[in-house]
Design a protein around this ligand. Structure first.
Ligand code: MRU
Length: 345
């Protein structure tokens, strides 16, 4: 199997004293690492999307708590760090799951050992996510055997999740099997994660791709040249509804109309078994200025009223399959989602 040229450590490296994070706001123009030493600094990087992607923000937050406890090993510091990091972004449930796990591990340790316990838990989460990425790649490639052209949205590779990522890991696995001819990449306005980050990763993996504007995707699908759509996820509700990058719902509608598979890939850390349906998921509303600009350049009349929901909800009925490290939920129903809770819990 061909090894990815973007290593699993590409996005985050913990060197024992600080978290070195590739600043994803600056890619692909500049490869610069941020040195993060406190929970506040990690939370800021998550808020700004210097660190992004549901599984990766969970791992970063886990290390953020450990970093804070290395400076101040007190219950007050633990509480404050957890609160700051948990609220950095609202939609991806991996963030809350990781913070809750590290908090429990640290709180169970005697004072002087809290930082070590938090660090051990952060490392465990990282290891689990790396293993999940490999399992998702294999399961997704099996599911998509024969697919020659796939369309993907946003960025779901090694920049978004430990290991090779989620949906992009499936794509890389298909490519390594020699089946894939081309990936259609949507630019993913307003912050251009597809145009900036997915092209960056695919180019390094030597996987052929074509970039399209978001609005072109449904027409490209209807034109018959796409075998499957595959995306990641930020929170999957217990009924299988999926929150993912804004634009995913439109792609699911287009995939359904053309009767091609709409595949969602993600680790079970992205499933919120306590959330009954997509209607309960908080959708992050970001600064409207992100819409009034493209790559930092103003593109609308100054102060044009705008809205900036960062995610949307795709109903379970429009999702052909959810690929996780513990198997594939297909069809996506409350029962098939519940079956994934067993191995997770
Ligand atoms: O706002 P972002 O860039 O963090 O959004 C990321 C996505 O929507 C991804 O599809 C999702 O987190 C899955 S990442 C493996």
């Amino acid at each position: 199997m061909r090894q990815p040229q973007v290593p699993s450590s590409a996005a985050l490296v913990f060197d024992g004293a600080e978290l070195l994070a590739l600043d994803q706001r600056e890619l692909p123009w500049r490869e610069r690492r941020l040195s993060l030493r406190t929970a506040d600094e990690v939370a800021d990087a998550i808020r700004r999307l210097s660190i992004r992607g549901a599984p990766l923000i969970g791992v970063a937050a886990a290390y953020g708590i450990a970093l804070e406890l290395m400076r101040d090993s007190s219950e007050h510091a633990l509480d404050r760090a957890c609160q700051t990091l948990r609220s950095a972004r609202p939609t991806a449930v991996n963030l809350a799951h990781a913070v809750d796990r590290v908090r429990a591990a640290a709180a169970a340790a005697p004072g002087p050992e809290m930082a070590a316990a938090a660090l051990a838990e952060a490392r465990a989460i990282l290891g689990e996510e790396e293993a999940a990425s490999d399992a998702i790649a294999t399961a997704g490639a099996n599911l998509l055997t024969g697919a020659r052209t796939v369309l993907t949205h946003c960025n779901t590779g090694a920049l978004a999740a430990p290991g090779r990522g989620t949906a992009l890991a499936v794509i890389a696995e298909l490519a390594s099997l020699g089946q894939l001819e081309r990936v259609i990449v949507t630019e993913t306005r307003p912050l251009l994660q597809g145009a900036r980050l997915t092209t960056y990763e695919l180019a390094r993996l030597s996987i052929p791709y074509e970039l399209v504007v978001d609005a072109a995707a449904p027409g490209v699908i209807a034109g018959g040249g796409v075998d499957a759509v595959i995306v990641g996820c930020d929170r999957v509700a217990a009924n299988g509804d999926v929150a993912n990058k804004v634009g995913t719902y439109g792609l699911a509608l287009a995939a359904g109309a053309s009767e091609i598979p709409m595949i969602v890939a993600g680790p079970t850390s992205t499933i919120d078994f306590d959330c009954p349906a997509g209607t309960e998921i908080v959708i992050e509303e970001r600064d409207p200025d992100e819409v009034r600009r493209a790559a930092g350049v103003p593109i609308a009349v100054q102060d044009t009223p705008s809205r900036n929901p960062a995610f949307d909800i795709t109903p379970a009925a429009l999702v052909t399959a959810l690929v996780t490290e513990y198997g594939v939920a297909q069809p996506v129903t409350p029962e098939t989602i519940a079956a994934l809770a067993g191995p997770r819990r």
